[in-house]
Design a protein around this ligand. Structure first.
Ligand code: SIN
Ligand code: CO
Length: 375
């Protein structure tokens, strides 16, 4: 059973046969002019020295107890003391910091962008690895410069057991899988919970495009906060259907069912759909203190583009021809006839500002919030 496919599956085939089901490798999927423009190790190290950037350094030890994982920001001296082999520098959210790397996202448009977590980039000299592990997300591992040897599981690991007493999640038991060496431009898809382990054969860069579904608790928490902050009249349980059999210390099957309705009726409303669009397009990793410079309103002929790192999501509302749209943390409603606006933004290609001529206030908001760039 070889992991290697002749070519990238069609979107239909991908969801039918691979998404959550099977790992694969596509050789040479990313052209050289794209891989050459991706962030390099020097830039990566520079980011790892910054306060707001999430980074970690994994150092392999002689014995498993000697493995280290340290979190950034790092001082410059740390890098000079690392030695020639057996370490990995991993930096997250590179899609927010390096536009040419963010451009990789459009190559994965067969996946729901609204589930994108981030692009994480790792640099490792020979022997660098984070060990055998699984992830909760779907990941496309794009090999940049250099070569890496990977072992990838054929199926998800059911009872994951990690080595205790070390600062990394490394699988205790090995896993069955296939070994493959990847070089520049090759892409591996790994579904959630499939074991994998990559070891650099020479100095190499790996770009991980991760799609992560939220946990139920995250969604319930976030929806709860949203209700609290945005609902004009947040529903409250008033015990409308209670009778004497609830007193003093019990609830009946009927009352449990009433609670279920109380908690879920709101999911039938447009309110929930609007929350969903804003939830999945919200910027996850923002620099909160950043003050955005004011943007001048463009001429109709000026070209605009939505950068790939800004998420956009569209969902139908209950009334015919009405849609909820979110672009980053800007949410609004549009009629069907205005959907070309969404298509223009979602294309991530330049389009003329005149497309917004009937929605100048919306254009202004999107520009001031830096959801669109003028080029
Ligand atoms: C790496 O880039 O070294 C690790 C990526 C992964 O295994 O998910
Ligand atoms: Co992984």
């Amino acid at each position: 059973m070889s992991l290697i496919l002749e070519q990238l599956p069609s979107a239909e085939e991908f969801f039918k046969s691979y998404w959550n089901k099977k790992a694969f490798v596509v050789r040479g999927m990313i052209p050289k002019d794209i891989t050459e423009a991706l962030i390099d190790e020097d830039h990566l190290a520079g980011l790892a020295m910054e306060e707001d950037v999430k980074s970690r350094l994994v150092r392999k030890g002689r014995n498993i107890e000697d493995w280290r994982c340290d979190y950034g920001p790092f001082e410059e001296e740390v890098f000079s003391e690392l030695g020639e082999e057996d370490w990995s520098l991993l930096v997250q959210n590179i899609d927010q910091y390096h536009p040419e790397t963010a451009d990789l996202l459009t190559l994965f448009n067969f996946c729901p962008r609204w589930l994108l977590d981030d692009i994480m980039v790792s640099f490792s000299p020979k022997g660098g690895t984070v060990g055998a592990h699984t992830d909760s997300y779907h990941v496309f591992l794009i090999q940049g410069k250099g070569a890496r040897r990977w072992k990838v599981a054929h199926e998800p690991i059911k009872n994951e057991d990690c080595i205790e007493g070390i600062p990394l999640e490394i699988l205790k038991e090995g896993f069955d899988g296939e070994e493959v060496t990847v070089t520049e431009g090759d892409v591996i898809y790994i579904p959630p919970k499939f074991g994998h382990e990559g070891v650099s054969l020479e100095p190499s860069l790996t770009y991980s495009v991760g799609f992560l579904g939220p946990s139920l608790s995250e969604m319930l928490n976030e929806f709860g906060h949203y209700l609290e902050e945005h609902h004009e009249n947040p529903p409250r349980y008033l015990g409308q259907n209670l009778t004497e059999d609830a007193a003093p210390f019990q609830i009946s099957t009927q009352q449990i069912s009433d609670f279920k309705s109380f908690m879920t009726d709101i999911f039938e409303e447009d309110y929930f759909t609007k929350w969903l669009t804003q939830y999945f397009s919200r910027p996850i990793h923002t620099d909160e203190e950043e003050t955005l410079p004011e943007i001048e309103v463009p001429d109709q002929d000026d070209l605009l583009v939505k950068p790939p790192e800004v998420k956009i999501l569209l969902a139908p509302l209950k009334s015919a021809n009405k849609y909820s749209v979110s672009v980053g943390d800007c949410s609004f409603e549009l009629d069907q006839e205005d959907l070309p606006l969404v298509s223009a933004m979602a294309s991530e290609e330049p389009f003329k500002a005149e497309i917004f001529k009937d929605h100048p206030a919306l254009l202004n908001t999107l520009l001031q919030q830096h959801k669109l760039d003028i080029i």
